[in-house]
Design a protein. Structure first.
Length: 89
């Protein structure tokens, strides 16, 4: 049984997304909220450098080049939306 410590500490937070809600190829997320030990939001200083995804987005596919659903959107603070401009795919 795996248990998360009450106040985990570290420099790297890694998510492994293993399945989707039905789409065989894509996972979409609207945001990630991070909080410090006192419950205050953690703001990344340099999202481009501090947030990485593999693959980063669907723009790596030959048929896409300007899709707005990029990984930096996960930290833009707009999490409760259906707007593609605030999503990662």
């Amino acid at each position: 049984l795996f248990s998360i410590p009450p106040l985990p500490a570290g420099d790297i937070l890694s998510f492994n997304i293993l399945s989707t809600w039905g789409d065989p190829y894509y996972v979409g997320l609207m945001g990630i909220d991070l909080f410090d030990g006192t419950g205050h939001p953690i703001v990344l200083d340099d999202v481009e450098r501090q947030l990485v995804a593999d693959p980063p987005d669907i723009n790596i596919l030959p048929e896409y080049s300007d899709d707005p659903r990029t990984v930096d959107n996960l930290m833009d603070g707009v999490n409760h939306t259906c707007d593609d401009l605030h999503a990662w795919l």
